[in-house]
Ligand binder design. Sequence first.
Ligand SMILES: *Cc1c(COP(=O)(O)O)cnc(C)c1O
Length: 408
Amino acid sequence: MQVAAQCDTSTNVPFNERDALWPNYSPPQDLIFTHGSGTELYTDRGETYIDFLSGIAVTAFGHAHPHLLDALSTQSKKLWHVSNVFRIPEAEKLAKRLAAVSFADRIFFANSGTEAIEASIKAVRGYQAAIGKPERNRIIGMSDSFHGRTIAAVAASGNPSYVQNFAPTDHGFDHITWGDMASLDAVINEKTAGVIVETVQGEGGIRPLTSQMLNHLRQVCDARGLLLILDEVQCGVGRSGKLFAYETFGIEPDILAAAKGLGGGFPIGACLVSEKVGQHMVVGTHGSTFGGNPLAAAVGNAVLDLVLEPGLLENVLKQANTLRAGLEELVSDCPSVLSKVTGLGLMIGAKCAIPNVELMTALRQSKLLVGRAGDNMIRLLPPLNVSDMHVTQALNILGKEVRRLEQP
Ligand SMILES: *Cc1c(COP(=O)(O)O)cnc(C)c1O
């Protein structure tokens, strides 16, 4: 394809450059970031944006954090990739560290959230087959979930819009309505192998499961010989105010998928499992070319250094409280714009009474970046080390725009 490119002189990027990409995303046309620092993103028109989206919970320590820069550049000069046919000390170290601070005993590294979910699904089916119950291969998910975009992950999600036009859709998943634990017993049968849920639902509308729901799930799984997968791709790695969100609820999963924040912007995913499950994932069961390569694992270790630093999780909870209090005030002052605040830690949803896109766009015009989520929410995912100053600035912008949009 030949294109006569016209350049936007302020960015030197041809406006029609997107013509060669799948049209599956719709970014604002005239906004291109050139660099970032901490919670701020800059355009080369000299504009500064406050980043309360963090690449959808990925840049957990903002942009260009010195410790992460150092880990990446040091490793990049030594070794990028050797393949898992050789030992990778950086990955072994990251796995040991993750196991030491979680329920898990064994970790598989992937490159994305959906790959961590795929590994989780295979771990459930592989376990049931290994203990002599291969007929148990169906997994129960909840409606309105998001587990990624591969064929199995969309089938797991229980969201008709994700599977539409991608038939066949039965890849071994059954569904219950989100949070409807009473219907679980009716859906479980002799073919059920496990259950998959997001500890805090992200894309579907920022909704944490309750302690009661998770305890019920754990009990049912134990009683019926099922494995429990928690999808913490978005809510894990410190975002909830605990290292993993399940710690908030006093239960442990058998399998946990992590990704987004784990690489701080470098692609890495992980499937964490207990020894009961992990002992069966032997040679030949699963693998990845790139997963856990030296570069990704070095950055993952550096992210973990920062998450485990004393005071970091306290900062998550403190800034979350300030943000939620500010948003609650706006809900009561401006009920025709905002109707409620939800979430856990620095994964905060504000349900809109106007179309969420309208508020998101207004905030962006005032240089605050937030995301959208289902159920007409806007989604706040600031870096975990966000400062008082940026929280104050963000609340000022939110206050200004929400009050402006409030019907008199
Ligand atoms: C983002 C996300 C995924 C998919 O992760 P990718 O890296 O986009 O494949 C899976 N589950 C949850 C809860 C997510 O938020």
